[in-house]
Design a binder for this molecule. Sequence first.
Ligand code: GLU
Length: 307
Amino acid sequence: MSHSAGDARAGAGRFAPSPSGDLHLGNLRTAVLAWLFARSTGRRFLIRVEDLDRVRPGAQERQLADLAALGLDWDDEVVHQSRRLPLYDAAIARLTRAGLTYECFCTRREIQHAASAPHAPQGAYPGTCRTLTEAERAAKRASGRPAAIRLRSGAVTFTVHDVVHGDFAGVVDDLVLRRGDGIPAYNLAVVVDDAAQGIDQVVRGDDLLTSAPRQAYLAALLGLPVPTYAHVPLALNVHGKRLAKRDGAVTLTDQAALGHTAADVLGRIAVSLDLADKDEPVTLELLLGRWDPARLPREPWVYDGSW
Ligand code: GLU
């Protein structure tokens, strides 16, 4: 099976897992949705392994194998963030040259205890290091504390358009671009990569909706195109919490041990999306024919372990 549009001008969608463990049913469902959104609009579909952090040995191989087992296909080589550090450095350097960054020496604890600025989103950085003098910065550096690099955002409000949520506005705080340990921050890496890979459609779990205004703002500052977004409902457990490994048989391996093949799991996901009847055999091809983004369920999928 190949859906390769083969045309780079068609734009691209993507799935960007962090290889911190096996994908669970909620992640697999989001991947299926990202694929359906991309393929139904003639886009290429790309996979990016977000391995700057929290890498578990063997996880990425199993994640890719699980996606393939569901029948997902993707274009181009899988991209790894850990091999793209110069790209992130270049973006940070550009922002720095434009006077849009500053060093931050605060610890997590200091940030928690500082009063946040009025109108700032909860947990937003209060701006402690924004106005340090050069002498103060030199003293902090000399004390040996590694500096993070933050965006000098001016706490603007930025609005993104989301296929599921409509216009969504968020305050952009002075977010971290490079952490104190030298690792580029997720928000920066995602923006650089989506643009570099020609991704113009971002489909992912709606836990990341609140990050979208920051990312879109960063893209705009870097002169990069802002993608369209579709933040899709998450899978929850019976307690209304985000589905997790501890919620029972939630990975393809767990399901296989119960006698459910990957095709069965795809069928279960299709039922959850109202794209198939219970126990109906499905393929991605079939789902693609039935797919209509307007029919995407707006509520989270509560997975109680039933089939
Ligand atoms: N790597 C992120 C995650 O697994 C997803 C990032 C994104 O889709 O923008 O949660």
